[in-house]
Design a protein around this ligand. Structure first.
Ligand code: NCD
Length: 340
C-alpha cells in the first residue's frame, strides 16, 4: 500500500511487504521508545485521539507514540463528552476534526464507523477498533511480538501453530490477527471457543481459502496441546445483548499454570491483547502465570508503542527524517529491558 497520507483501517489493505516495512520501521524506532534518544520529527503536528469506547493501552500508547515522535495530542475519551451525543454525524465530526489535526486515531462501538469517518476526513485516519469488526494496530503489535518470541526459539511465523481461545465471535483483536497471520504460509489455527462464540464464518473462510489448517474445539485441553502460541481473550461483555448472557460464558476457559503445565509444550508462548478480566467469575488468564517466562503480555504492550510509532512515521512520511531530529536523552531513565 501507499503509506504516505493513507488510512489504516483494516488488515485487508496490507500485503506481506507492507508488514515487513512496518516492522522494519518499528525496529528502527526502538531507541526512541526506550528513551535512549529523543526525536522532534513531528514537532508542530497534532494527533486527534478520539476514543468513543473504553480504552487504556490503545489510547495511551497511540498518544505516547505520537509524543515520542515530537507531536502534540488532543483527546476525547468519552462519547458523552463529544457532539456525537448531540446527534452530529460521523461525516461532520470528521470534517471538523480534520481541520484541527494532522492525523486522527478513532475507536467507536460500531463496525464500519471508522471507515465511514475516514471517507470524510482530509487527514489520515487510523482505526483504534470499530465495534466487533477490526483492530488492525493490535494485530500488528501481536504479530510483531509473535515474530520476536518465535525468533528467540529459532522458529518462523511460516509453519507455526497458534491456538486462539475465548470469545472469537466478538473479539475484534482476534479477527484482525487471524486475517493478518493468514497472509503467511502453512499455519495451523486451533480455534477454541464455547459453542455460540465461534469465529465468524467470513473470517474462518479467509483462513481455509489460503490453505491453512483450521480445527475447532469447544474445550481448552486438547486445543492448546502442541502449539507455539496460545492467544487468550476476554469475553467481550459490552457486545452482548445482556449482561446475563455474557456472564454465562465467563470463566468457562481458564488458563493457569497447572493447566499450562498439563497441556502445553514447555516453551509455548502465552499472549492476550489485554485487558484480562481478573474478576472472580472470569479469570481467563490467571495471575499465577506471572513468573512464567513465556508470558508475553507485557512484551506485547511494550511493542504496541514502537508499532504505533511506525504507523505514524509511515503515514506522515517522516521515516527518513527521524534521526535528523534526534538528540540524546538527558534525564534519568529507568532501564527498559524486555519484561520477563
Ligand atoms: C482489545 C480491544 O479493545 O478490542 N483491547 C485492546 O485494545 N488491547 C481487547 C479487549 O478489549 O478485550
Amino acid at each position: 500500500m501507499e503509506f504516505t497520507g493513507g488510512h489504516i483501517l483494516s488488515i485487508g489493505q496490507f500485503d506481506r511487504g507492507d508488514i515487513s516495512r512496518i516492522f522494519d520501521v518499528a525496529d528502527e524506532l526502538r531507541p526512541y521508545a526506550q528513551r535512549k534518544r529523543i526525536t522532534r520529527v513531528l514537532q508542530g503536528a497534532i494527533l486527534a485521539n478520539m476514543f468513543f469506547e473504553p480504552s487504556t493501552r490503545t489510547r495511551v500508547s497511540f498518544a505516547a507514540a505520537f509524543n515520542l515522535l515530537g507531536g502534540e495530542v488532543r483527546e476525547t475519551s468519552e462519547i458523552r463528552a463529544s457532539s456525537l451525543t448531540k446527534g452530529e454525524s460521523l461525516y461532520d465530526t470528521a470534517r471538523v476534526l480534520s481541520g484541527y489535526s494532522d492525523v486522527i486515531v478513532m475507536r467507536h462501538p460500531e463496525a464500519g464507523s471508522v471507515a465511514e469517518f475516514a471517507q470524510a476526513s482530509r487527514v489520515p485516519v487510523l482505526n483504534g477498533g470499530d465495534g466487533p469488526n477490526e483492530h488492525p494496530s493490535q494485530a500488528l503489535l501481536d504479530l510483531y511480538t509473535i515474530r520476536s518470541e518465535l525468533q528467540a526459539q529459532n522458529k518462523l511465523v511460516n509453519g507455526m501453530k497458534i491456538a486462539l481461545v475465548g470469545d472469537l465471535k466478538y473479539g475484534r483483536a482476534v479477527h484482525s490477527l487471524c486475517k493478518l497471520i493468514a497472509l503467511y504460509d502453512n499455519i495451523r489455527f486451533n480455534l477454541i471457543s464455547p459453542p455460540g462464540l465461534e469465529l465468524p464464518d467470513e473470517v474462518h473462510k479467509q483462513l481455509t481459502a489460503r490453505g491453512h489448517r483450521v480445527e475447532k474445539y469447544h474445550a481448552l485441553g486438547a486445543g492448546i496441546n502442541n502449539v507455539d502460541i496460545v492467544y487468550v481473550t476476554r469475553t467481550q461483555e459490552e457486545r452482548f445483548p445482556s449482561q446475563e448472557e455474557a456472564d454465562r460464558y465467563k470463566g468457562l476457559f481458564r488458563l493457569n499454570q497447572s493447566v499450562y503445565t498439563q497441556n502445553c509444550e514447555p516453551n509455548t508462548v502465552i499472549m492476550h491483547p489485554l485487558p484480562r478480566d481478573s474478576r472472580a467469575n472470569a479469570q481467563e488468564l490467571d495471575d499465577d502465570l506471572i513468573e512464567n517466562p513465556n508470558l508475553a503480555i507485557f512484551r506485547q504492550t511494550d511493542n504496541g508503542l514502537v508499532v504505533r510509532m511506525a504507523l505514524f512515521a509511515l503515514v506522515l512520511n517522516v521515516v527518513d527524517a527521524v534521526h535528523d531530529h534526534s538528540q540524546p536523552v538527558t534525564w534519568y531513565t529507568a532501564k527498559r529491558t524486555p519484561h520477563r
